[in-house]
Design a protein around this ligand. Structure first.
Ligand SMILES: Cc1ncc(COP(=O)(O)O)c(C=O)c1O
Ligand SMILES: N[C@@H](CCCC[NH3+])C(=O)O
Length: 463
């Protein structure tokens, strides 16, 4: 976009990537409900509030940076997924997106199940009282100890990810005198990216057993022979941050094709099909995610149609949304520090966190929005890049965003839609301390994951 395209446009607009934004937003103080948690609004003084708590109070009480989660929004989204799929299907929240004991309790109370993919996630789930039979255990390299622990705990299902694991889980289950319910994760040859899917030689990846070349059929053959296993279904997860349902359509078609082959070969109709997670959310106003009821309707119709075509009983469907539940429910609250205007380029706005609390921009080139939240401003828009405090020039939180030109050190800004894969992927690079997670609800705030301290760092460093 050239400066001439927006004669009265933002400072430094000449370097804005072509086609990225139509121009600066007309109202920098507006909070698009697509990207902000449900209870977010501005109070009479222009300060942003969430769950009835204003961000200045939150910053004073809990410090910055902080992840702020809207509990009512989380529960509402969890409930929406649950009711959209109904009693004949299961919703497993993917704990990798963000897991804490409070979250486990919210999920339990809202009737969701839980997908975990490590011993640590399993321990968190169990210690918060999630009934083991509502837990699914994932992972491409589960250790013997993790498998042993999961089976002893009585997890509802283990999702088998490789030929070796089929044998390993069967052996451990048998040695414990148990028969473990399992699914087999297959790769169907569909690779889904952010806004589209492309069919590829998708078996070239570490997860799952390829459908191609009859490998998935062979995995089923082996699993059915082993006494330690009760094979309950097939699992497929095609990717993450997906908006287009056609990838799921192809996946469901291929999974049902395998169920049909299994029925024809073994006379067994596997009772379950899991279509994984991956549903996209809005990170900026340009994104248009689907509602859970639309997704549920589409997936149920696809599976039912495919099964009718194959003359199979429709299996029980399960899904594993992570991002779509927790992503929109939180924002990261930062304090503005150094501001560096680069004439003809952009203004660098440094915050007190960075790639240690949100690696997604550096890792995936992810796009985020940002807003001034401690006050409103009528100043002209300036093209800003929100960066962190790490010794890394790629330490970017928001690559291109408009903030008011009167932004000053000490202002609070917030980045919405950071509920998923931010705290769960946080590091303490440069010994920067991981922020707390603060849950707000009905005018009350409480820490559900506390801030990391220098004592925590020194306790791990045993000399
Ligand atoms: C097996 C499985 N299930 C569920 C998810 C959750 O994905 P998302 O958070 O995109 O819904 C993932 C991550 O992509 C996954 O690998
Ligand atoms: N961590 C990724 C998604 C991977 C999901 C897990 N398979 C993200 O932030 O978008």
């Amino acid at each position: 976009m050239s400066r001439s395209a927006h004669p009265a446009g933002p400072r430094h607009a000449d370097v804005l990537p072509e086609g990225h934004y139509a121009g600066p937003p007309t109202d920098l103080n507006a909070l698009d409900s697509k990207v902000w948690a449900q209870t977010v609004t501005r109070d009479a003084d222009g300060v942003v509030t969430v769950g009835g708590m204003d961000v200045k109070t939150l910053a004073e009480e809990f410090g910055t940076p902080a992840y702020v989660v809207d509990e009512a929004d989380f529960r509402a989204r969890a409930r929406a997924w649950r009711s959209a799929f109904g009693q004949d299907a299961d919703v497993f929240y993917a704990g990798k997106a963000f897991l804490s004991r409070a979250v486990v309790r919210w999920l339990d109370e809202e009737g969701l199940n839980l997908d975990v993919c490590s011993g640590g996630e399993l321990a968190t789930a169990l210690s918060a009282g999630m009934p083991a039979d509502r837990i699914a255990f994932h992972g491409n390299n589960k250790s013997t100890e993790e498998i042993d622990r999961a089976i002893r705990a009585g997890v509802g299902r283990i999702v088998l990810d490789s030929f070796q694991e089929i044998v390993r889980v069967a052996h451990i289950a048998q040695s414990l005198g148990k028969r473990q319910r399992v699914q087999i994760r297959i790769t169907v040859g569909v690779e889904a990216h952010t806004h589209e899917f492309i069919a590829t030689a998708h078996e070239d990846q570490k997860f799952g057993i390829p459908l191609a070349g009859g490998q998935a059929a062979e995995a089923v053959r082996r699993a059915l022979q082993l006494d330690g296993l009760e094979l309950i279904g097939i699992h497929s997860h095609i990717g993450s941050q997906i908006f287009d349902m056609s990838g799921f359509e192809v996946a469901a078609h291929r999974v049902v094709g395998l169920l049909k082959d299994v029925r024809d070969e073994h006379g067994v109709e596997l009772p379950e099909i899991d279509l994984g997670g991956g549903l996209g959310i809005a990170y900026t106003s340009d994104d248009d995610p689907r509602e859970p009821h639309e997704i549920a309707k589409a997936l149920t119709e696809i599976v039912t149609r495919e099964c009718e075509g194959a003359r199979l009983r429709t299996p029980r469907i399960s899904v594993e949304p992570g991002r779509a539940i927790v992503g929109p429910t939180a924002f990261t609250l930062y304090e503005v520090g150094t501001i560096k205007p680069l004439d003809g380029l952009r203004t660098y706005v440094s915050v007190d966190g960075g790639m240690s609390d949100n690696i997604r921009t550096a890792l995936y080139d992810a796009e985020y929005s940002v807003a001034l939240v401690s006050r409103t401003s009528d100043a002209e828009p300036m093209l800003a890049r929100v960066v962190g405090k790490h010794c890394e020039s790629g330490d970017i939180v928001v690559k291109d965003a408009f903030l008011p030109a009167d932004l000053a050190p000490g202002d609070l800004i917030a980045v919405p839609a950071t509920g998923a894969y931010c705290r769960s992927m946080a590091s303490n690079y440069n010994h920067v301390l991981r922020p707390p997670v603060v849950a707000v609800n009905d005018g009350e705030a409480r820490v559900i994951v506390r801030r990391e301290t220098e004592e925590d760092l020194l306790r791990l460093d045993v000399g």
